[in-house]
Design a protein around this ligand. Structure first.
Ligand SMILES: Nc1ncnc2c1ncn2[C@@H]1O[C@H](COP(=O)(O)OP(=O)(O)OP(=O)(O)O)[C@@H](O)[C@H]1O
Ligand SMILES: [Mg+2]
Length: 251
């Protein structure tokens, strides 16, 4: 079967800075790939190429085995890429149901906004799909009152509900409490359960280890190595990450 997403020999430079060099990266169907690497390694740049925000200086991008030239943000979205960033993705001054359906509102047979249906769907998604039981999570409540973890949950619900096939999480646990982080990890597992794929970036090796099927390590713009998560213990992974930081190599 084709990969959900593949990068072949992708390089990206910003003037003199070579942010990525000959990256070969694959994301399988229903696979969660964790990206690890130090500050400035090139993780966000890689993500921005996948989301169409940056065009690579050279190399190819394939979705389901099909080469896509000139990937743009709308095109990537059309191809099923959704990105979850903390805070930024939501309209703070809007209600929960409006946030869920923002830009993709449901209408009734007269072409008018079907508010009751959007409210009901929001309730169902938050309660049944995501297991949000807090009484604060009402379709009519305002997103600005939510905790960081709850906001992340909303962003993930939206990505799952709108048939995103590839969900990108760039440092989603940044600024979250322990409890929120635990919940976020559950959301990422829900992505897997829903049959979708995800790329998960986090500085915390433990978080990545806990959710990823495969871990790709980036160092100074190059792929330093990769592991199948179940073939490696957390201790060994941590040792290897320290070695990469010191030498640029995994062994
Ligand atoms: N728009 C840009 N213009 C110039 N240089 C850039 C730009 N974006 C990224 N870079 C450089 O490319 C390199 C990779 O940056 P990137 O943001 O991808 O790293 P990262 O792995 O996401 O780091 P972090 O863990 O700190 O988020 C860095 O040296 C960075 O300074
Ligand atoms: Mg980054």
């Amino acid at each position: 079967m084709d990969y959900r997403l593949e990068l072949r020999n992708v390089s990206k430079s910003f003037g003199e800075v070579q942010a990525l060099e000959n990256i070969n990266f694959q994301l399988g169907q229903n696979e969660i790939v964790g990206l690890l690497g130090d500050n400035g390694a090139g993780k966000s740049t890689l993500i921005k190429i996948i989301t169409g925000f940056y065009q690579p200086t050279s190399g190819e991008i394939l979705f389901n085995g099909q080469k896509i030239d000139h990937l743009t943000v709308p095109r990537a979205r059309q191809l099923g890429v959704e990105t979850v960033y903390q805070e930024r993705a939501l309209a703070e001054l809007q209600t929960l149901w409006r946030n869920i359906f923002l830009g993709r509102e449901l209408t009734n047979k007269w072409g008018l906004l079907d508010v009751p249906k959007m409210r009901d769907e929001t309730y169902r998604l938050m309660n049944q799909s995501m297991g949000f039981t807090s009484s604060a999570i009402d379709p009519e409540s305002y997103v600005r009152t939510f905790s960081g973890g709850e906001k992340q949950g909303v962003a993930i619900v939206r990505a799952l509900y709108f048939d995103a096939e590839i969900i990108i999480l760039d440092e989603p646990t940044m600024g979250l409490s322990l409890k929120e982080t635990a919940r976020l990890i559950t959301f990422v597992r829900d992505i897997k359960r829903a049959g979708k794929s995800a790329v998960f970036i986090d500085h915390n090796v433990v978080h990545v280890y806990n959710v990823a099927d495969r871990i790709v390590v980036i160092d100074r713009g190059r792929i330093a190595g990769e592991f199948i998560t179940r073939d490696i213990t957390l201790d060994v992974l941590m040792e290897k990450m320290i070695r990469v930081a010191e030498t640029g190599n995994l062994d």
